[in-house]
Design a binder for this molecule. Structure first.
Ligand code: AMP
Ligand code: MG
Length: 361
């Protein structure tokens, strides 16, 4: 049977918060746990509209899963993949905008993040019950199907400040497919952030399998504590970040992987340049973005966490240098170092960390 591995790269101390609030009566915290998008999700809302905000968020997450899942019949992504090689298909403007953003991310990350990697994700089957090591010839054949040029979608969807309401035409080349597994939960976190804002919560947290959003403050008026999981200790954390109105998205190879008969461990993030699971010198990448930057900050953080894991330490550092005003990050290396960007200096709690913590200059 498939071993269940939770993606909980970052955790919010939500349970502790709920208890303390109930005890002192300072503010009412509502909590909700759901399973969606193939992962466990936890939501907390502080404020008078908390219950309604969480119900609305759950409906929204289920709506997005029905739109973006590869495995649900009739989803936009299923219909797009089924249409590959044909005339194309009409997608909701929302899906088209997300695909256009994904293509843009592929350009920005020089292809390290690429949703057209789906045929290779399938061939390896790392997160399925039947993972395998494909033959080199099969990998080379599938690599010809990977690349943004195989996906046609109206790019104006990307630049529209409002989601385009009309249906948008999209097409995929024969044999190609898209997999939004590296970005959909980040997108969902952006939409939950919208809902929390609409309900004017004083505070809230969302943890969607490695994608965390914290808004406002705890009932005691303090920033939230977001723990970056220790890849070597599933019960421990490497560092904690004190944050408000921020996304923390973690990618790593330590929770979804399979061990081949020859003992080689293959994790679930594919390097689109080689067609193999990335052999990163990083064990985890956490990207931090800020809600003040707009309504796609969770989505961007999700795409970047996947991409920078593929890039490895040197590539991730260079990418951050080129985009340093866009995000902060925490990298944990295979040789036991923890690197963080200077923007986190005032929010990171490194005391007691098992890692040698250094600021990236
Ligand atoms: P994440 O956990 O956000 O890093 O996303 C990993 C998931 O995204 C995988 O389980 C695949 O479904 C998909 N994926 C794997 N490799 C890539 C890649 N290089 N670019 C985009 N998506 C990917
Ligand atoms: Mg991702």
């Amino acid at each position: 049977m498939r071993k269940l591995r939770l993606r909980i790269g970052a955790l919010v101390s939500a349970a502790a918060l709920a208890l303390s609030l109930t005890a002192c009566g300072a503010a009412k915290a509502e909590t909700l746990d759901i399973f969606a998008m193939d992962t466990y999700m936890s939501l907390v809302a502080v404020g008078s509209g908390g219950y309604d905000a969480l119900q609305t968020a759950a409906v929204e997450i289920n709506r997005l899963e029905a739109l973006l899942s590869r495995t649900k019949d009739g989803s936009d992504v299923s219909r797009l993949n089924a249409s590959a090689g044909g005339e194309g298909v009409t997608l909701s403007g929302e899906t088209a905008a997300l695909l256009a953003l994904a293509k843009d991310c592929a350009d920005r990350t020089a292809g390290a993040f690429d949703v057209t990697v789906a045929p290779l994700v399938d061939a390896w089957g790392i997160t399925t019950d039947t993972p395998r090591v494909p033959a080199q010839s099969e990998i080379e054949a599938l690599l010809t199907l990977v690349g943004g040029e195989h996906l046609t979608v109206d790019d104006s969807a990307l630049h529209s400040s409002q989601l385009p309401p009309e249906d948008v035409a999209a097409a995929l080349d024969a044999g190609c497919a898209v997999d939004l597994g590296g970005i959909a939960k980040g997108y969902a976190s952006d939409r939950v952030a919208d809902i929390f804002e609409k309900y004017q919560l004083t505070g809230g947290t969302v943890s969607l399998g490695g994608n965390v959003y914290v808004c406002g403050t705890t009932g005691e008026g303090k920033p939230w504590n977001v723990a970056i999981q220790d890849p070597n200790d599933s019960d421990g954390f490497a560092v904690r970040l004190r944050l408000s109105d921020a996304f923390v998205v973690t990618s790593g190879g330590y929770q979804r992987y399979f061990t081949a008969p020859d003992g080689t461990v293959y994790q679930h993030i594919i390097d689109p340049a080689t067609g193999y699971p990335a052999r990163s010198d990083l064990v985890s990448v956490s990207i931090v973005t800020y809600r003040a930057g707009g309504d796609r900050q969770g989505t961007m953080a999700d795409a970047y966490s996947t991409a920078l894991y593929v890039m490895g330490e040197a590539g991730a550092a260079a990418f951050w240098q080129a985009h340093r005003s866009d995000f902060d990050m925490v990298l944990i290396t295979g040789d036991g170092r923890l690197l963080y960007t200077p923007g986190l200096a005032d929010t990171i709690e490194t005391d007691g960390s098992a890692y040698a913590c250094q600021v990236i200059a």
